[in-house]
Structures are given as C-alpha cells and as structure tokens.
Design a protein around this ligand. Structure first.
Ligand code: F6P
Length: 549
C-alpha cells in the first residue's frame, strides 16, 4: 500500500497482531528482568540502538525477541511505514482538521521538495528563517534599537501552550549557549501575576515583546498582549513607539493587524504546523535571539537528522519507532498508565512539561480516526522532574509503590559545567536507578544484610520495573533537536497504532466555551441568575461574595 488511508482493516483489539501480543503477554508475564538478563549475557548490547547521535538502551523493558517480532508485525499491520511516508509527503493526515502535518518541513534541507496543494513549501520556510535570522542578529548586535534609542536588554515571549512551552523549554535547555546580557522572560498564564512578575523591574524602552499565537485568537495571549501594550505605552506614550517594541508570530495576518501590529513586523507560519510542533517555526524566534541564528540552525539540523533516521532506519534500529512500540507494549499489555521522563540534566528541567503537551495533547484521544470509541487505552500520562531531585520526592513510589511506571532516563556523557566529580556522581545515580528499578532487592538479599525480619518486607524492592535510557554525548542545540524529534516521532508511532488523530486538540474547546459564559456572571455587579449545576452555582456565589469583601 503506498497511498494514505486512515481506515484500519479491522478493530485493533480484534486484529491478529494484537491477539498474538495478548497471547504472548500471558506467556511471558511471569518472567522477570532478572531472569531475562541472566538468560542472555549479551542482552544489554543487543537491545540497544543508535541514531542521529542518540543511544537508546531498551534492554530493561519487559520484552523478549518474540515481543519485538510481534510489535514489528503490529507496526506492519497498522501500516506505520505508509503513514510515516504520508506525513513526510504532505498528505492530509490530520483528518479532523483536513490538514497536512508538516513540522518536518520546518527543518527539511534546502534542496528538499515538500508539496502542499501543489506548492513546494520549503522555499517559504527557508525565507522565513532568513528573515528571523536577520532580525535576531539585529537585536543581538544592538542594531535594532528601541524607540528612544536604547538597546534591547529584555525579550518577553507572550504565548501559551505550543506558543510558550517550546520557547521556554528551549531557552532553558540552551541557556549555556545564550546571550547573558539579554533577559528572557516568558508570559503565558491568564493569571496577571505572570505578567506583573515578568515585567517587574524592566524598562519598556529596552524591551522587545514577541506575541506568539498561531491563531491570534487565544484569550490568554491576547489579554497579556493588551497588558503589554498598555505597559509600554504608559512609559513610551507615542503609539509609533510600539513598532520598535512589538513583533508578532502567527498564521493569522488579519488578526495581527487588527491588534495593531503591522504585518511587516510579523513572522508567519502555516496551518500545517501544529502548535505543539512549532518550536522550529518562527515561534522559536526568542530561542534564535538567545542563541543566535547559527546555533538555531544547528538545532534544526538535529531535528532533521532524527527525521532522516525515522524515515530510513530499519525498525529494529529505529529509535522513535522502538520507543513508540514499547510505549504501546507498556500501556496496552502491561497496563501502565503513566510514563516518567527523568532528565539527569538541570538544563532540561522544563523538558517534561514540554513533553506533556506534545504527548498528551497529541494522543489523549478516545475515538479512532473513523470516529468509533476505542476499546483500549491511548496516550499515557507523561510527567517528570530532573534527576537527582526526583529521587528525593517521587522515586519512592516508582520503586516500591503499586503502580507500574515505565521511566525514560535521559543523560549526557559530558557536562557543560564541570565541577569536581559531580557529573560522574550525577550519572552514577542515573545508572543506579535503572539497575534498582530493573533488578530490585529480594527478601533473601535484604535478610542476608542482617535486616531484622520485622523490617525486611519494607526494605524489599520487587524490581522488574521497565525503563529506557537515552544517552547523548553532550547537550547542544543539535542534540536537543534530535531529542525532541525522537519524542515527536514516538508520539506519531503510538498514534498510528491506536488509529487516532494525533494532530487535533478538540479536547481543549469545551472549557474555553464554558468560561466565556461564566466570566460575565462573575464580573457583573448585579446578582446574576445562575443556571449552572448546583455545585458550580454554589462555587460561583461563594466567589462573588468573598470577592466583594
Ligand atoms: O491548548 C490548545 C491550543 O490550541 C494548543 O494546541 C496551542 O499550542 C495553544 O492552544 C495556543 O494556541 P495559539 O498559538 O493559537 O495561541
């Protein structure tokens, strides 16, 4: 099959590959990782793969070679290869929004050709990157001055969801490479505290505001954008000043100009880029100002290297496909409901939050592409914190609790900030955690250590808890790009198997609609007649009465 088709031949759970995996699970579910490693001394070398500079150790998953064979059959049955090719060639695989899904075009090589409605989009992508680079370099060099002639010392990114999480995560991840004489701040929340604290102590005459919104219709972003405009005008008075202090990143030129930003001060992108996949579009402008155009382009090269790997590596060596299929195994056959992402790298502190939108907005779906209710679990809950911090808070539950929580450990062989032997210490914690999770500590071992009988059960680690370990040489813009693309394509792989639309996000609409109805009721000075359910009515009445006081 070469053409794109979203219809699966039969219900996933009734399909031969699924049933074979269920039977296989029944067969191996009592086999422990301890046993699997004892039976095969080469397991650690064999169940590992390398691509685009990343090394993935997946040996500490509860799988055998047969599991991998069966997962590969599942991928074939679900036409993973064909769906992947459909995405890369611009087919409208976001079926509910009737759009292509082409974040991969944002980092494609200049000589690639990717067509949307008969037009090669790569030249437009490149042209936007060139404009961004020119602007970013002007800000960095001081050639771009504020209205009163002062240099730009502060950059504030206003946006939410994909228009915030990518920029803030990448800024923090690449802070080592970033300009230290420019302050970068990020405002997303409707809570005014976010804006007030971000602007505290800053001079509008030295501040560049980047309004990021794909739709330019998001309430939080527009509210903060208006607050920013008022904040600037209070000091700079003249409306003409805004042109030196505001730029917009959007697909919606009409709304940008309605807001009052000249569209020549706008950097565009396209409706075939999902918000949570938009970091390498103009949404990454703040990152580019922070690290410079050249390093931004190295980040895109990293994304591209992983794209090529995903397209061309055979499945057994294909990192995103393997991670995606292992997530299916853990979620649907081992019944895991969450995944912990544990970067042993302080600069990646916001990476789990970024992945939450990427994974959960993409695969938190309950109907198939054809609209039928699924009868299997879809996207698990992603969460996490950097190591070693997490070890002193929630790892207790991962080691000895009753939930099975597959973990992704992420580490770098070289640190950017050498200090004594701290990096060896950090990494030895990472390796030790993966060992402890997999192999645990039996009652016999505990007793042999002389632990009294009454306490021994409390000190037993059951082990047999799965994890992946991802290693890279060093955190660079390039390796960050490969890491993000790894997860993007893993999410894609999972969505294909589950036969869902990983690229829409209708689930965020209902809350927005209801809030629109509720806000006038909270704001009105007359007592409104509330027609919500009794719980919501009572909460709103209480809020109104206390708010008055
Ligand atoms: O939360 C829903 C959502 O549409 C996300 O998908 C998106 O990243 C975010 O809102 C922000 O949207 P926009 O960039 O259009 O302001």
């Amino acid at each position: 099959m070469t053409t794109y088709s979203f219809a699966q031949p039969q219900a996933l759970t009734a399909s031969p590959a699924w049933k074979a995996l269920q039977a296989h699970h029944r067969k191996i579910c009592a086999t422990s990782l301890r046993q699997l490693f004892a039976d095969d001394p080469q397991r650690g070398d064999r169940l590992a793969a390398e691509g685009a500079g990343l090394y993935l150790d997946y040996a500490k998953n509860r799988i055998t070679d047969e599991t991998l064979d069966l997962l590969e059959k599942l991928a074939e049955q679900c036409c993973l290869r064909q769906h992947r090719d459909a995405m890369f060639s611009g087919k409208k695989i976001n079926v509910t929004e009737k759009r292509p899904v082409l974040h991969v075009a944002l980092r494609a090589a200049a000589n690639e050709q990717i067509y949307v409605d008969g037009k090669n989009v790569v030249p437009e992508v490149r042209a936007t990157l060139a404009r961004m680079a020119e602007f970013a370099e002007q800000v960095r060099s001081g050639a771009w001055l504020g209205y009163t002639g002062k240099r730009i010392r502060n950059v504030i990114n206003i946006g939410i969801g994909g228009s915030a999480l990518g920029p803030v995560m990448a800024y923090e991840a690449l802070q080592y490479y970033s300009r230290r004489d420019i302050n970068f701040r990020f405002v997303s929340n409707m809570d005014a505290t976010d804006f007030i604290e971000a602007t505290r102590g800053l001079d509008p005459a030295e501040t560049l505001i980047i309004i990021c919104s794909k739709t330019f219709g998001t309430l939080e972003t527009l509210t903060n954008a208006h607050a920013a405009r008022d904040w600037c005008l209070e000091k700079l008075i003249d409306k003409q000043a805004l042109r030196r202090h505001f730029v917009a990143i959007s697909t919606n030129a009409k709304e940008v100009s309605r807001f009052g930003i000249d569209t020549t001060d706008m950097f565009g992108f396209w409706d075939w880029v999902g918000g949570r996949y938009s970091l390498d579009s103009a949404i990454g402008l703040s990152t580019m100002i922070a690290i410079g155009a050249e390093r931004f382009s190295e980040m895109l090269d990293g994304f591209y290297a992983m794209d090529l790997h995903f397209r061309h590596a055979p499945l057994r060596q294909n990192l995103p496909a393997l991670m995606g299929l292992l997530a299916i195994w853990n979620t649907n056959f081992l019944d895991a409901r969450t995944v912990a992402v544990l970067p042993y790298e302080q600069y990646l502190a916001r990476f789990p939050a970024y992945l939450q939108q990427l994974t959960m907005e993409s695969n938190g779906k309950h109907v198939t592409l054809g609209g039928a209710n699924v009868d299997y679990q879809t996207g698990p809950i992603y969460w996490g914190e950097p190591g070693t911090n997490g070890q002193h808070s929630f790892y207790q539950l991962i080691h000895q609790g009753t939930h099975l929580i597959p973990c992704d450990f992420i580490g770098f062989c070289q640190t950017l900030n050498p200090l004594g032997d701290q990096h060896d210490e950090l990494m030895s914690n990472l390796f030790a955690q993966t060992e402890a999770l997999a192999f645990g500590k039996s009652l016999a071992q505990v007793s042999a250590e002389g632990i009294p009988d009454w306490q021994a059960p409390h000190r037993v680690f059951q082990g047999n808890r799965p994890s992946n370990t991802i290693l890279a040489e060093r955190l660079t813009p390039y390796s960050l790009g490969t890491l993000i693309a790894l997860y993007e394509h893993s999410v894609f792989t999972q969505g294909v198997i589950w036969n869902i639309d990983s690229f829409d996000q209708w689930g965020v609409e209902l809350g927005k609609q209801l809030a629109r109805r509720t806000s006038p009721e909270l704001e009105s000075s007359d007592e409104p007649r509330l027609a919500h359910d009794s719980s919501t009515n009572a909460l709103m009445r209480r809020y109104r009465s206390l708010k008055k006081e």
